[in-house]
Write a protein that binds this ligand. Structure first.
Ligand SMILES: Cc1ncc(COP(=O)(O)O)c(C=O)c1O
Length: 402
């Protein structure tokens, strides 16, 4: 007997890329594919001390149900953090979520109807596309230039948009940062239109040389929904994130989350609050920035040494990713099995496109988890795969050397 599943369940399909990437668990594989934070960056001692303290001093609250919006002092902490970045945030405009991925799903539930137009960067975060796709929107791609997505809201295909989803800081997957001037253009273009800005900022604190410009949301009070997370600063296993939005939106998001999971774990919220109050976050951020900066440098250096001509990338100023563009005739999905055979994994770029045809010659590399030595080994292998593919395309060779 086969059961009748919902029409919505048809959106939940297995990606062939995900299947291929299961091979990354093989011994000896160096995975530059996942977006996993470096495990050695987890603040284990601070979390252990906080855990004991919470259970010694507030076990009843920590083990009990709590408010769906999140515990008040954590909402206040998030609001204060956002205020420091120029966002006029109040504690009752903050919803604590089980990771920012839950925030994206809740935003989809509350803002997107079937056929609503959602504007997205090209390429963009796969998890946001998956979260929004459940609600049946029409995705419309924005066009990028060197400064990021262009605010082309007068384009007839964009005018009726309900949501624009942007990652101005160290975008997953390109690593790109939107400069202040482009943020200003976006704010001007959006102001007064009934389009909600959904600004996803998981990587903002992972900057290398200087902090990124203030969130775009700081220029669009009342019109923006800002998502943040503790996944990249502390640990993703905690599953703790937040949404800042106008009060009436927070009220709806809260009702939607009550239907989903009632609340975020009381224990986790108190644990993380304790860690934040202990003042270790600043030192933790310094350590992570230093670690990722060194690994980024190792990857840039390895790319320089091992990639053949005709391969392009830009140096990210923060975050976890480098975006590679191969010569136009190459197909990063077709090359993946060859890279896996040489014990290197990456994510082909086609995974990150919503609407129009995706270029086949791009891929995402993460420098967050591998050591500098592993990065060098992996990029040398990848360079050999690309060089071999290039040797099969003599036309390309003469075109790029011309
Ligand atoms: C752009 C972006 N948004 C949201 C998330 C979800 O993060 P989390 O649910 O762990 O907070 C990720 C995770 O990689 C991400 O890259």
């Amino acid at each position: 007997m086969s059961l009748t599943l919902s029409q919505r369940s048809a959106h939940y399909t297995v990606s062939p890329i995900r299947e291929l990437l299961k091979l990354t668990e093989q011994p000896g594989m160096i995975s530059l594919a996942g977006g996993l934070p470096a495990p050695q960056s987890f603040p284990v001692q601070a979390l252990r001390a906080a855990c004991l303290d919470v259970l010694d001093t507030q076990a009843q609250g920590a083990l009990q149900y709590g408010p769906s919006e999140g515990i008040a002092p954590l909402r206040a902490w998030v609001a204060a953090q956002l205020q420091a970045q120029g966002v006029a945030a109040k504690a009752d405009e903050v919803l604590i979520t089980s990771g920012s991925q839950q925030g994206l799903d809740l935003v989809g539930r509350v803002l997107i109807d079937p056929d609503s137009t959602v504007l997205v960067e090209r390429p963009t975060y796969l998890g946001a596309l998956q979260a929004f796709a459940q609600y049946g929107p029409r995705f419309a791609d924005l066009t990028d230039d060197a400064d990021g997505a262009l605010p082309t809201l007068d384009n007839p295909a964009h005018r009726a948009a309900r949501v624009v989803y942007l990652q101005p800081n160290f975008r997953n997957p390109t690593g790109q940062t939107m400069p202040a001037a482009r943020r200003q253009q976006w704010a001007q273009a959006l102001r007064g239109r009934s389009i909600a800005l959904v600004e996803d900022n998981p990587y903002g604190e992972l900057w290398f040389d200087q902090p990124p410009p203030p969130p775009l949301s700081s220029q669009l009070p009342g019109q923006s929904i800002l998502l943040g997370t503790f996944s990249k600063m502390l640990s993703p296993g905690l599953r703790l994130g937040y949404v800042h939005a106008p009060q009436e939106v927070i009220a709806k998001l809260t009702l939607a989350r009550q239907a989903a999971d009632l609340q975020t774990s009381s224990l986790t919220q108190r644990l993380v609050l304790k860690v934040l109050e202990s003042g270790v976050l600043e030192a933790q951020l310094l350590r992570i920035r230093d670690l990722y900066r060194r690994q980024r440098d190792a990857m840039l250096d390895a790319l320089q040494r091992h990639m053949p001509d005709g391969v392009h990338w830009a140096a990210p100023q923060g975050g976890m990713f480098i975006w590679l563009t191969l010569p136009p005739s190459m197909d990063a999905t077709a090359l993946l099995p060859l890279a896996l055979a040489r014990k290197v994994a990456y994510v082909p770029g086609t995974a990150f496109y919503a609407a129009g045809a995706a270029p086949r010659n791009t891929l995402r590399l993460s420098y967050a988890t591998a050591t500098p030595k592993q990065i060098d080994t992996a990029i040398a292998q990848l360079g050999a795969v690309v060089a071999a593919a290039r040797a099969d395309h003599p036309a390309e060779r003469s075109a790029t050397t011309a």
